[in-house]
Design a protein around this ligand. Structure first.
Ligand code: ADP
Ligand code: NI
Length: 228
């Protein structure tokens, strides 16, 4: 597959018709408002990074409109975030949008995004694969480390307690609720993400971000052990 070369907003806008551009603008504005006050690592800056990464990962054959709609909307119905909308139909109704022929692909794509502790396997379209990789890459590298500690703090989870060393979640419910150290999240998720990435470009970006995670994880442990 040939990857699209440029990363700028106007470049991909050229590939969209007027209806698609209008809908993306409405969605972008409303998503920005929706996530503006989030303090769990899903602020609009996360959405923007996922959109930017999506641009880097886009390949020919993917529907550009569907891919960006999924990118902007992918965290709207996350089970761990409070959303006033139960599904995409409610979002469209609230934002004055009418369902078009891409609606179903967008909704299915959104619902297939999310690591969910690796406990729930998802089948994804090409468009959703691209956004999923973008979302996973934002949980890796320096930003991923920052988000993990930020998220844990926002949920009242400990920074690092000796008595919790070795405690990791074993099912989806525990993944969301079990009291554990942030390092557990590295073992449960972050250090596994490189192998979850499916797009060619995503794999290249993931190599370095994974190294950053591993170096940090090792250094953190070495400091706890008084080795460094
Ligand atoms: P997930 O489905 O794993 O919640 P998200 O991308 O929605 O994936 O998670 C948002 C951010 O919060 C990610 O950077 C993720 O790694 C981090 N995160 C999720 N759960 C935890 C946790 N239990 N401890 C620390 N960080 C977490
Ligand atoms: Ni996300």
């Amino acid at each position: 597959m040939q990857a699209l070369q440029k990363k700028s907003y106007p470049y991909w806008m050229k590939h969209l018709n007027n209806h698609e551009i209008a809908y993306l603008k409405v969605v972008e504005e409303n998503v920005e408002k929706h996530f503006k006050n989030d303090t769990s690592g899903h602020n609009y800056d996360h959405i923007q990074r996922v959109v930017d990464l999506t641009t880097r990962l886009l390949v020919e054959g993917a529907c550009i409109y569907t891919t960006y709609m999924i990118a902007y909307l992918h965290d709207m119905f996350d089970d761990k975030l409070d959303s006033p909308y139960a599904n995409l139909s409610e979002v469209y109704a609230a934002w004055g949008l009418e369902k078009d022929e891409k609606f179903e692909a967008i909704e299915k794509g959104i619902l297939s995004i999310g690591y969910k502790g690796g406990f729930e396997h998802q089948t994804r379209s090409l468009e959703a694969d691209i956004v999923s990789d973008a979302d996973l890459l934002d949980a890796m590298g320096a930003i991923g480390i920052g988000r993990a500690f930020y998220y844990a703090g926002s949920k009242g989870q400990p920074f690092h307690e000796r008595s919790l060393e070795g405690v990791v979640s074993t099912n989806y419910k525990e993944y969301r609720n079990l009291k554990r150290n942030v390092l557990a999240h590295f073992e449960e998720k972050l250090l596994k993400l490189k192998n979850e990435i499916v797009t060619q470009r995503g794999k290249v970006i993931a190599v370095h971000r994974d190294e950053v995670l591993r170096r940090f994880y090792k250094q953190f442990k070495d400091e706890l052990d008084g080795k460094k």
